[in-house]
Structure formats: C-alpha cells, structure tokens
Write a protein that binds this ligand. Structure first.
Ligand code: BEZ
Length: 220
C-alpha cells in the first residue's frame, strides 16, 4: 500500500500504448491512475467512457490519465471498441490502459476486492483512484468496491482542490467547487494570512472564541 505523501512506485508495465516506467511516463506532471475490475463489464464500460469524455478537463489541469485492470493488452484493445461505441466517443482513445495479468500492481497497491472474483476464483481489482503529484508522491487515494461506480466529476473537483492547496496554501470546505470561498490553512499566522490573501480574510466568530475558521475568496 502507498500512503499519502509517499513516492508512488516506479513500476514497469505493458499498456495499450506500449511499455511504460511510471515516473518516466508521468514526466513531472500530475497524474491519475484508476483501476477497474475487468474488461467487458458494464459498470467499467460506463466509467472508462466517462473518463474518456472528461479527458480534456484532465488535460486542462495538466493531469495525465492511465487506467489498469488484470486483463491482457489485446483484451483492453478489443474492449476499447465497445467503450467507444457505447459512450459515443470520437477520435483516438485518450489514455492508455495497463495490463496487470499477474496482479502484481493490484497486490502492490492494495487494489484487490475480496468480494468480487473471476470464474476461476481470483480476486478482481477494486475501483481505486490514485492522484500523483509532479514530485511523484501520492496526493490522494480513494477505494470503492467493484460494485460501486465512481463519479469522475468528483475526482476533478478533488484535483482542483489539491492543485489549489499546492499552489495557494488554502484548504477547501465541504462541497466546495471551483470559484467558491476557501479556508485559510490553520498553520498560517494572522499576519501571514493578510499578506498571502490580499483579497481579504474573514474570521468567523464561534462560541469558543477561537479564530480558526477563516475564509478568503479563491486565490487566482
Ligand atoms: C462491472 O463493471 O459492471 C462490475 C465488475 C465487477 C463486479 C461488479 C460489477
């Protein structure tokens, strides 16, 4: 398992776009690696289609995309045709899919779902998401069971938050979306907050009298 802040494994793998070494493939960009249980399965077909439709949004944020499951490259390539047809995709499929037939990556990254198995009884990969920063370190991970499809709009929202924190020293509150007010990090002093956020810092009164709830317009 990789923990937040740790260097993501620099694994080597075969993909639908040829062999990769992960850090070289990332090349100092942000990246998202998302796993799915198996090729030619219905929920996965909707998820990979939605991810492909949102590829321009990931590109706008400088985030490279890559998917993985335990099927071989040729199976991925055949399945991509179904994903394209079902989701009405046009043009080249926008991201590679890793073949993890030996389940090496699935084990290394803690992605196996004990409740969902192949006909032979082997565990399938769950629906994991890893967002990796330009420093090759893990910035976010989520893990859904095989039976629950993810929301890729939520993943983009979380990436907006991650990138804002990385660049502007703010945190984002519940249900935040791009453009909403942000929270000043608790570690920032009152004086520094004034300098860092010239658009203004509002300190919200609470019964404890503590001045820890500080909002500021989203820094540009
Ligand atoms: C699916 O993608 O539909 C799926 C895959 C494995 C288990 C359950 C659902």
């Amino acid at each position: 398992m990789v923990l937040l802040g740790e260097v993501f494994p620099n694994f080597e793998a075969e993909t639908t776009e040829g062999p990769i070494k992960f850090h070289d493939w990332l090349g100092g960009s942000w990246g998202i690696l998302f796993s799915h249980p198996a090729d030619f399965t219905p929920v996965c077909t909707t998820e990979l289609g939605a991810a492909a439709q949102l590829a321009p949004e990931f590109a706008k944020r400088g985030v490279k995309m890559i998917a993985v499951s335990c099927d071989p490259v040729q199976s991925h390539k055949d399945w991509i045709k179904d994903i394209e047809a079902y989701n009405h995709l046009a043009g080249a499929f926008p991201y590679p899919i890793i073949a993890d037939e030996e389940r090496r990556l699935a084990v290394q990254l803690g992605m196996l779902d004990p409740d969902e198995r192949t006909a032979e009884g082997l565990c399938l990969t769950a629906r994991a998401v890893f967002v990796v920063g330009p420093d090759n370190r893990l910035k976010l991970s989520i893990l859904y069971p095989a039976t629950t499809g993810r929301n890729f709009h939520e993943i983009l929202r979380a990436i907006d938050s991650l990138q804002l924190t990385a660049q502007k020293k703010v945190a984002t509150p519940v249900n935040w979306k791009a453009g909403d007010k942000c929270m000043v990090l608790p570690s920032i002093s009152e004086d520094d907050a004034k300098k860092l956020f010239p658009a203004g810092v509002e300190v919200h009164e609470v019964p404890s009298g503590k001045k820890y709830i500080r909002t500021t317009p989203q820094p540009q």
